[in-house]
Design a protein around this ligand. Structure first.
Ligand code: ATP
Length: 358
């Protein structure tokens, strides 16, 4: 049975704003779930409802099969790490870690053992006597995480815990949090607007937009089988390229080439005759030159970005801007024409009206 269940959860704020619509999710014990989506899509609101910090306006929230809508945060056995973590500035790292347990009246010996174990997991052993002001941002964040994991909880909630760190620290903490999750085994819900964090850390990703869940799936699922244009454009970096065209005689015309959509859609292409369709392909889904079993197109190179192991090439295809990912040895000249192939299996077609994948 799922450990946490959200059934048609809604949040309507007192001012009448409907921030979350019919959110459904079943998280297994020990699962690492990431809520991802642009600012304001309802990630934090949903997390706060799970934490018991925000009332659930409508719907059912269950923990281990029991209705928990009205349970307080303590009964839910949750720990939460926020974006703006506040450590106690006048306490050492040791005391910061120990404080919550002391309040609960836990024995000194047990506290000491847990503080040392937590510090070890987080690489803070050498800093236990330091004050927070004498720590780097990353170390402070680790203490904040430590304060949460030191209590043995069933549910671990994190709201953008890495957003105050620099790019390098974020990468390090990303793998540390994954490691901590493995060691503690707590069911974890992690909120971020960063699709890379979501892809690298999650067992399953919940993609949200405007208060609605767009798709729930493993990182592979949401990358390879996006349900709609929003998910296709949000997951993947650089984002998927989209070309909007009218279907005529089963084809769309791109850079003077007729793309026979029957190759992809079979008989279904008839349903789109005379209508607009969105042709999607990922920057990394292309091959330079002309290949078999692929749509072939050309574009003018407007900009190239050398990234080290690969390069982004910005091309103009009949005024549509697209990005192609190539190896560093394939970078074309500025203003030159590049011919590239989009293998049929790398193409995604979307209904231009519903924006759903076809
Ligand atoms: P971010 O990444 O910026 O934190 P988010 O996805 O976590 O965004 P939420 O903080 O959940 O988004 O907010 C969802 C929506 O609810 C936003 O439009 C926000 O303005 C609105 N909202 C949040 N708190 C309240 C409130 N107390 N009263 C009314 N509306 C609110």
């Amino acid at each position: 049975m799922a450990y946490i269940t959200l059934k048609n959860i809604n949040k309507i704020y007192p001012n009448g704003f409907h921030a979350v619509h019919d959110f459904n999710l079943e998280a297994e014990r020990g699962e690492f779930i990431v809520f991802v989506g642009p600012s304001g899509c309802g990630k934090s609101t949903t997390l706060r409802m799970i934490a018991g910090l925000e009332d659930i306006s409508k719907g059912e929230f269950l923990i281990d099969g029991q209705l928990a809508n009205n349970w307080g945060p303590r009964e839910r056995e949750v720990a939460m790490v926020f974006q703006s973590y506040a450590l106690y500035p006048n306490m050492t790292v040791y005391d910061n870690l120990a404080f919550g347990l002391s309040l609960q009246g836990v024995d000194e010996d047990v506290i000491d053992e847990r503080v040392r174990k937590t510090a070890k997991i987080l690489g803070l052993t050498d800093y236990l006597d330091r004050m927070p002001r004498a720590l780097s941002g990353g170390q402070r964040q680790r203490v904040a995480v430590g304060r949460s994991i030191i209590r043995k909880v069933g549910i671990f909630l994190m709201d953008e815990p890495l957003s105050n760190l620099d790019a390098k620290q974020r990468v390090t903490m990303r793998s540390e949090i994954t490691q901590i999750h493995r060691e503690t085994g707590a069911t974890t819900i992690y909120v971020t607007h960063d699709q890379t964090e979501a892809m690298t850390m999650a067992d399953r990703i919940v993609v949200m937009k405007n208060g609605y869940v767009q798709q729930i799936g493993t990182p592979k699922d949401v990358y390879f089988n996006p349900r709609n244009m929003f998910v296709a454009g949000f997951i993947g970096e650089p984002p998927m390229n989209f070309i909007r065209r009218k279907v005529e005689n089963g084809c769309i015309t791109v850079a003077g080439h007729a793309f026979d959509l029957g190759k992809k859609l079979g008989d279904k292409v008839k349903d789109y005759e005379g209508k607009e369709i969105v042709f999607g392909f990922r920057p990394e889904g292309i091959v330079l030159g002309e290949k078999e079993n692929a749509y072939i197109a050309e574009g003018t190179v407007e900009l190239t970005e050398m990234l080290g192991d690969n390069a982004n090439v910005y091309v103009d295809i009949d005024s549509d801007k697209s990005i192609l990912k190539v190896t560093p040895h394939e970078i074309p000249e500025m203003d030159s024409q590049v011919t590239f192939s989009i293998p049929y299996e790398s193409v995604y077609l979307f209904d231009a009206v519903t924006e759903m994948v076809i």
